[in-house]
Design a protein around this ligand. Structure first.
Ligand code: CDP
Ligand code: CDP
Length: 219
């Protein structure tokens, strides 16, 4: 495939979007953009500066003075690599509220559309097929049962050394985040009509990657 094309992947937390998209990008030699990382980076900055997540004007000021970009698949916040910091549980617990603010979404969507302008890309998030890349050549809605998604997140946190967590709390945090993401006014998480649905609950990463690659390559 020589011409420029784009792949949109949407779905709820812990469904496997980023892991699968990263692998698909490698196989197809195209760029991968994790749009959730951008909302996480802004949320991390707001929390680090002790701005109240309900302080709308404070958040708008931070937004105006924040630079977010990717370099070699890593995310940079004001020129500092924050790959690790943005995955902390307290960021996950606050990100959906920050991501529901209109001005925040406008800025992120603009940056994301800019990234997709000149090259083939696979992007994952919540509103990629609906808002960021509504004309994407391929759209996927990747999901899994809430129990499986909570278990995956729990295992990730345990493996990264977190001790002060419980599976039931992770599950209730995920349900809360799904609710905010799916019911917000602007760009809610939803399966668009022209997206293929992939339920990853009982599938390996390899199986999911193969499904997407075969569809894109038309096999
Ligand atoms: O990796 P995980 O599924 O936990 O979440 P993420 O993709 O890192 O996204 C974190 C949060 O950012 C989501 O729960 C959404 O609130 C928000 N988000 C969004 O609103 N729109 C996107 N395109 C991507 C993420
Ligand atoms: O990006 P999203 O929040 O949708 O999920 P992720 O961060 O890519 O994946 C969450 C976890 O699920 C990771 O630890 C993946 O390795 C795991 N996973 C899995 O076990 N089986 C799959 N079919 C897909 C992902």
């Amino acid at each position: 495939m020589n011409e420029k094309y784009s792949i949109a992947i949407d779905g709820p937390a812990g469904a496997g979007k980023s892991t699968i998209a990263k692998e698909v990008a490698k196989r197809l030699c195209i760029e991968f953009v994790d749009t959730g990382a951008m909302y996480r980076a802004l949320t991390y900055k707001i929390l680090k500066l002790s701005i109240d997540p309900n302080d709308y004007l404070g958040i708008i000021e931070i937004l105006t003075n924040t630079k977010i970009d990717f370099r070699n698949q890593s995310i940079y916040l004001d020129n500092v690599n924050v790959d690790k910091e943005i995955r902390e549980n307290y960021v996950s617990q606050n990100v959906s509220y920050i991501a529901s603010i209109k001005e925040v979404r406008e800025k992120m969507v603009q940056l994301q559309q800019q990234m997709a302008k000149s090259k083939s890309i696979i992007m994952d998030g919540r509103d990629i097929g609906s808002v960021v890349l509504p004309n994407a050549d391929y759209k996927f809605f990747v999901t899994a049962s809430v129990k499986e998604r909570a278990l995956r997140r729990y295992n990730e946190l345990v493996n990264s050394g977190e001790t002060n967590i419980s599976l039931s709390k992770i599950e209730s945090d995920i349900i809360k985040r799904d609710n905010i993401d799916s019911n917000r006014e602007i760009a809610p998480l939803k399966k668009v009509e022209d997206a293929y649905c992939i339920d990853t609950t009982d599938k390996t990463i390899e199986e999911c990657v193969n499904m997407i690659v075969s569809i894109v390559l038309g096999r």
